[in-house]
Design a protein around this ligand. Structure first.
Ligand SMILES: *Cc1c(COP(=O)(O)O)cnc(C)c1O
Length: 411
């Protein structure tokens, strides 16, 4: 027996659907992109879920990702590959809110998840489904955190994993990927070029391509952020969500989660303004948003300290842009200086160590507040997507020499 254990629960997946054309695909088969080359979305019998799942039933379940089982694709509990995906806390940043002139500012801290980032949500689902579908070897490109989560869960599931990352990926990420059992390669290019290697290798070696949105289940895992925050906030969605956007899986997933919750009668039709936050050095969604385009061109010479959002081209671009527009939100770019300053200030003022991508959401929030895109009394929620401990930190320590007297008054 493995621990923790997960009870068998009824599942409600009916089929998959091309996100662009609506074409149906059969469930319980191995799928990549649709024939149109676009992400597939998992569809459920939501009337069935409504009969099976109540808010009251949820209250008695463990506070983890698997409490949402009726809205997840894994059919058999023996295929749940878990490392303890607990619910992540939402708390406020009172000093930061006060400094910016806002009533309240919330952050959902995803750094508590296995492998230290919210990539665990997507990858635990993708790998559990890969196990259910009999896949032996997975491959993926990564900017760091996704590869770490893929490696950990693949190893846990008894699968091989082959991971490719840009050669300037944070060193800790490259090493943690190998430490958790993957073969990892540094590539002198960007993540989309790593993705091309995966695509070729999949043809030659039979690897299963686990790239962002190129298989259907990472969205379902990331969707749990939306389910979770809705319940945590008493089924009252915030006024605005600031999401650091690379491939956009989380933003797309949350948007889908809100529709499913509404279909279940758990929430009404109110939606948060969705803010897709990018770094000024890699902002393809912002450029497309401002140009009124539905698809985004590749961003050349992408660079930013927020490596998790250094994604020059996203296959789900139109899903991100559609959601942002439908919500009345915006795509916002922030400079690396503003990102770094946000991280330092929140640490000092509120005692919270954000990752750079989390810092980006704060910098974008400050911009949106100043521009009147969110009000001072609006309830805004930031995503801190990884533990700040994974990133290089500036040294601000003093030194004590035990060979000299210590000047205690000066300490
Ligand atoms: C991957 C990642 C992101 C971007 O998430 P997407 O859902 O792929 O857009 C943001 N922050 C961190 C820390 C990440 O690892």
């Amino acid at each position: 027996m493995t621990f923790p254990t997960f009870p068998e629960r009824p599942t409600f997946v009916t089929h998959l659907e091309c996100s662009l054309t609506g074409t149906r695909y059969e469930a319980d088969r191995v799928h990549g992109l649709s024939n149109a080359g676009r992400p597939l979305l998992v569809r459920y019998d939501l009337d069935g879920v409504r009969q099976a799942l109540t808010k009251a039933a949820l209250r008695d379940r463990p506070r983890d990702l698997w409490r949402w089982r009726e809205l997840l694709p894994v059919r058999r509990s023996e295929n749940v590959v878990s490392l303890g995906e607990q619910e992540t806390p939402i708390f406020d940043l009172p000093a930061t809110a006060k400094r910016l002139g806002a009533t309240q500012l919330l952050v959902k801290d995803e750094g508590r998840l296995p492998t230290g980032s919210f990539k665990a949500r997507g990858l635990v689902m993708a790998i559990s489904m890969a196990k259910e579908l009999g896949i032996r070897t997975i491959a993926m490109p990564t900017n760091g955190n996704a590869g770490a989560a893929a490696a950990a869960y693949a190893t846990r599931a008894g699968m091989e994993s082959v991971i490719f990352c840009p050669d300037d990926t944070p060193e800790i990420n490259v090493r943690e990927i190998a430490a958790q059992g993957a073969r990892v390669y540094r590539v002198n290019g960007l993540i989309d070029q790593c993705g091309a290697i995966v695509g070729e290798g999949a043809k030659v070696n039979g690897w299963f391509d686990l790239s962002t949105l190129k298989e259907p289940y990472r969205i379902e895992g990331k969707k749990t952020m939306g389910l979770e925050l809705a319940e945590q906030l008493g089924w009252e969605l915030p006024d605005a969500i600031f999401y650091p956007t690379g491939g956009g899986t989380g933003l797309i997933g949350m948007w889908k989660a809100f529709d499913e919750l509404e279909a279940l009668g758990f929430i009404g039709s109110k939606r948060p303004k969705m803010f897709a936050v990018q770094a000024a050095g890699c902002a393809p969604m912002v450029r497309a948003f401002e140009a009124g385009e539905r698809h985004a061109e590749r961003w050349d010479n992408a660079h930013t300290i927020a490596s998790g959002i250094r994604v020059p081209k996203a296959v789900g671009d139109f899903l991100i842009l559609d959601a942002v527009r439908a919500s009345g939100g915006k795509a916002i770019a922030v400079e690396d200086d503003a990102i770094a300053e946000a991280v330092v200030r929140v640490g000092r003022e509120d005692g919270v160590l954000l990752c750079p991508e989390g810092g980006a959401t704060l910098a974008a929030y400050a911009k949106a507040l100043a521009a009147g895109d969110v009000g001072a009394d609006d309830r805004a929620l930031l995503f801190n997507c990884a533990t700040g401990l994974k990133y290089p930190l500036a040294d601000h320590s003093g030194v004590i020499d035990l060979n000299a007297p210590i000047d205690y008054a000066a300490l």
